[in-house]
Design a protein. Structure first.
Length: 400
């Protein structure tokens, strides 16, 4: 019996040791845990994380072991994380190339960023933006090459302060820059909106909820109160993987309004037999922002969304789509009719701000579909009409 107890104790101690070791990098020792206050006596590369996932920051003096200190959450599903330092207590440089120093300067509707590394260089670099200094809720707005050291964010609202960080990832380890802020000025968003293009009035800093199963809106109106709806992993990861589930499914002419789709967009919103979408904000589009899944008329108004790796709107059935007052920035295409299909789609965009399309605005393979773009403003929007549209017209548009 004594032998069994000793053996059991050894196994438990070994398991505990292995578990704790994963909460700090090899060669590091833990000095505190969230949300405790810690202190280092000299500039030290502090690791923050758990379960083998870490971010690093060089700190000196007293700090709190929190996401706010380090600029990002390396593993959101873990509520308790550890702050650890090199076991020798020295100033070992971050494994991703030392610290990143970021500065921001404002222009008329723009913010220009520049950054440098104290040593080493970038690997996978991403630019993040937020409306406050708290890194929770920040949105990735660009991925840039490893040699890039500057970026200009355009189409911003004058008088609003924007906060930025650069995230560099190498060998699975992330390093964040300091937070840099700037406030564009110059008499309004550049250029002045054509016909008051305002997008969504929802803020991204409202209450949040995690969606573990698609919310179905089958009749009447669902008012989200401008809450942020984050897709749980059950719906998908917001990548371009096919087969992800939507956060919302809107059917039979029902209305969805006042909703923010969070940083995991999964497959956005699906519509069946027509729908109405009003005042929707996509923080970081997943597979698609919205997909028409069956025939009907879908009306979309007062919306904005960012960072659709492929397309923003996807149309999979003969239908009519009317979009007014939209802001779509950084997407492959604003709209794509399902590839290879020849059914008729009628699309109209009016008063839209379309910025940074990788390919263009409208794309179809159908010779009977129609599209129009009116009273809109375009920047780096690519080709307006791609494919054999029966009619694809534009009028009253301006470039900036």
């Amino acid at each position: 019996m004594l032998r069994k107890l000793l053996l059991g104790g050894l196994l438990l101690a070994s398991a505990a040791s292995a578990w704790s070791a994963t909460n700090r990098p090899e060669g590091y020792v833990t000095i505190c845990r969230t949300p405790e206050t810690c202190s280092v006596s000299t500039s030290t590369n502090v690791a923050f994380g758990a379960s083998g996932q870490f971010v690093y920051k060089v700190l000196n003096g007293t700090f709190t072991c929190t996401v706010a200190t380090f600029g990002s959450d390396p593993i959101p599903e873990k509520s308790v994380k550890e702050c650890s330092v090199p076991s020798g207590g020295g100033t070992t440089p971050p494994p991703t190339g030392s610290t990143i120093s970021l500065s921001a300067s404002a222009g008329n509707g723009t913010v220009s960023l520049s950054w440098s590394y104290s040593s080493g260089s970038g690997a996978t670099q991403e630019v993040y933006r937020d409306l406050d200094a708290d890194p929770n809720g920040r949105v990735r707005i660009a991925s840039v090459s490893s040699s890039t050291r500057s970026y200009t964010d355009t189409g911003l609202t004058n008088g609003t302060t924007y906060y930025y960080t650069i995230k560099n990832t190498a060998s699975g380890v992330a390093t964040n820059s300091n937070v840099a802020s700037a406030t564009p000025s110059g008499g309004g968003t550049t250029p002045p909106p054509t016909g008051s293009i305002t997008g969504s009035s929802c803020s991204t800093s409202g209450a949040q909820t995690t969606v573990h199963a698609t919310i179905r809106v089958t009749s009447g109106t669902y008012d989200g109160g401008c809450q942020r709806f984050n897709a749980g992993s059950e719906l998908g990861d917001g990548s371009q993987s096919e087969g992800q589930d939507p956060v919302f499914r809107v059917e039979n002419g029902a209305t969805l309004r006042n909703v923010v789709i969070g940083t995991n967009g999964a497959d956005g919103i699906h519509t069946y037999n027509g729908a109405n979408l009003d005042n929707i904000y996509w923080m970081n589009v997943g597979e698609d922002a919205m997909t028409i899944k069956s025939s009907g008329t879908t009306t979309v108004s007062n919306i904005e969304g960012y960072d659709a790796d492929d397309k923003f709107f996807q149309v999979n059935a003969a239908s009519t789509l009317n979009v007014t007052n939209c802001i779509i920035h950084r997407a492959g295409k604003a709209l794509r009719q399902n590839g290879g299909t020849t059914f008729r789609v009628n699309v109209s965009f009016n008063r839209c701000d379309i910025n940074s399309m990788g390919e263009g605005v409208f794309r179809t393979d159908s010779s009977v579909s129609t599209a129009s773009l009116t009273n809109s403003r375009l920047h780096d929007a690519g080709t307006i009409c791609i494919g054999p549209w029966a009619s694809c017209s534009q009028s009253g548009n301006s470039s900036y």
